[in-house]
Write a protein that binds this ligand. Structure first.
Ligand code: SF4
Ligand code: SF4
Length: 447
């Protein structure tokens, strides 16, 4: 079915959008940070091109023709990563591209490989946990069938097994137990096995924080999420996790389900209830970068200022020292941290505080890895291409280890690295690496 005419979805906002579009001076400074332009070289897949297409649509009369499918695809493939907004000297807002995506695909094309009913439940930790288990079984089956480099053998193929491989390969995963994580990093570092795998909490907490793990962390990476809270306690936090919180609502908002996003926001605000100044709560700490941006959007009704977990750790200056981790580490910034919250210096400051660690910066660091939450499920081919491109840049640093702080990026980069035709470094949550460095530091102070 052809898309309806633009006017049916603009609700009389043409003048407002026209005014915002006039801010774009067509300088092109946004192009080198746009992942879809970098991968395709197609101007219509760039921020500037998409804004021109949106302008063309706005110029059409109310009874003009339906949107051309190629225009619709160019607009709908915008990831919403905000890299262009961060690079734009003219202040063109991200909301314009969000409107363009909504115009092109109001409820998003259903991904062929993922049933719509499942897509609508990706904000439930129990569903995500089941997906994590199924993905582990799927990866095991593919390894048995195709050998240890199974992902590389399926890269670029278009048959059904390749699609399954792509799906199960990009589900985020991390070491389940602390011992497994410590063994993995002990081996990489050439350390002897750590005598203990415990991270002590600070004897006297300095700050009381509300903690929001988020559904992806809860459902897919529960142990990494717990290690991040351990780190916060080690760095001096009293962590409060009220019962009854739900997904932050980002997935629903991006899936054009504003009512569901609103309902989730109200549930979270009710769960946080009266927590605030009178309880000594200084911050609402969020784990996943996408949750951070969504929750910041709740505005003045938040019980305390939203702070990303990595940013909170970086500012806890009088935490105990990290132990040595003699590794070359490449860092990938999640878009919703780097562009959405301006978190750039904080993870670098933490990593530079780890003795022996050499921090490496990949090429095209501003560009999205192509995960984009449900975006990757809607555009699997382009998403895989972007994941491989990001993985090539990370591998080219010569790193022993790649780290990132967002579940979606973690899965996407793991899949991209595994699909490269040569040996590649492992990828871990940034919080897991910091937990290990803290644990080694705590061990050193005990000996
Ligand atoms: S939001 Fe990201 S994908 Fe979309 S135009 Fe901007 S840089 Fe490109
Ligand atoms: S950087 Fe801003 S002003 Fe320049 S082309 Fe991109 S959107 Fe337009």
């Amino acid at each position: 079915m052809r898309d309806p005419r633009p006017d049916t979805r603009l609700d009389g906002r043409r003048d407002e959008l026209d005014a915002l579009l006039r801010r774009c001076v067509q300088c092109g400074l946004c192009l080198p940070v746009c992942a879809t332009w970098l991968a395709t070289g197609d101007e219509t897949m760039s921020p500037r091109g998409r804004l021109l297409l949106l302008g063309d649509l706005l110029a059409q009369p109310a009874d003009g023709p339906a949107i051309d499918p190629t225009v619709s695809r160019a607009l709908a493939t915008c990831i919403g990563c905000q890299a262009c907004t961060a690079a734009c000297p003219s202040g063109v807002p991200a909301s314009l591209l969000e409107d363009a995506v909504r115009l092109a695909a109001p409820s998003g094309p259903a991904p062929a490989a993922v049933p719509g009913v499942l897509l609508g439940r990706l904000d439930e930790p129990a569903v995500l946990a089941a997906i994590g288990t199924l993905a582990a079984v799927g990866r095991g089956a593919l390894r048995a069938l195709l050998g240890p480099r199974w992902r590389g053998r399926l890269a670029g193929r278009r048959h059904v097994i390749a699609t399954i491989g792509r799906l199960v390969g990009s589900v985020p995963r991390a070491p389940r137990s602390d011992r497994e994580l410590a063994r993995c990093l002990d081996r990489l570092c050439g350390h002897g096995e750590a005598p203990t795998c415990a991270l002590p909490a600070a004897a006297a907490p300095r700050e009381r924080v509300l903690w929001f793990a988020g559904c992806a962390a809860d459902g897919l990476l529960p142990e990494s999420s717990r290690r991040l809270r351990d780190l916060a306690r080690w760095a001096g936090a009293e962590v409060v996790q009220p019962a009854g919180t739900a997904c932050c609502g980002a997935l629903a908002a991006h899936g054009d389900q504003p009512r569901r996003a609103e309902e989730l926001r109200e549930r979270n605000l009710a769960a946080w209830g009266g927590a605030g100044d009178e309880d000594g709560v200084t911050a609402l700490v969020t784990e996943a970068a996408g949750c951070g941006v969504a929750i910041r959007g709740y505005g003045e009704r938040l019980p305390a200022p939203q702070v990303d977990a990595i940013a909170w750790l970086a500012r806890a200056g009088d935490r105990p020292p990290f132990g040595a981790v003699p590794l070359k580490v490449a860092l990938h910034d999640p878009c919703h941290a780097r562009h959405g919250q301006g978190i750039v210096a904080e993870p670098r400051a933490l990593l530079r505080a780890v003795p022996g660690l050499v921090l490496l910066e990949p090429g095209e660091a501003d560009a999205c890895c192509g995960s984009g939450g449900a975006w990757g499920l809607r555009h699997p081919g382009l998403s895989a291409e972007l994941g491989e491109r990001k993985a090539r840049h990370l591998a080219a640093t010569g790193a022993d280890l790649v780290v990132t702080a967002n579940p979606g990026c973690l899965g996407q980069i793991a899949d991209g690295l595994a699909s490269l035709p040569h040996p590649t470094p492992p990828v871990l949550p940034l919080g897991d690496l910091l937990w290990y460095a803290a644990m080694r530091g705590a061990g050193d102070s005990r000996t």
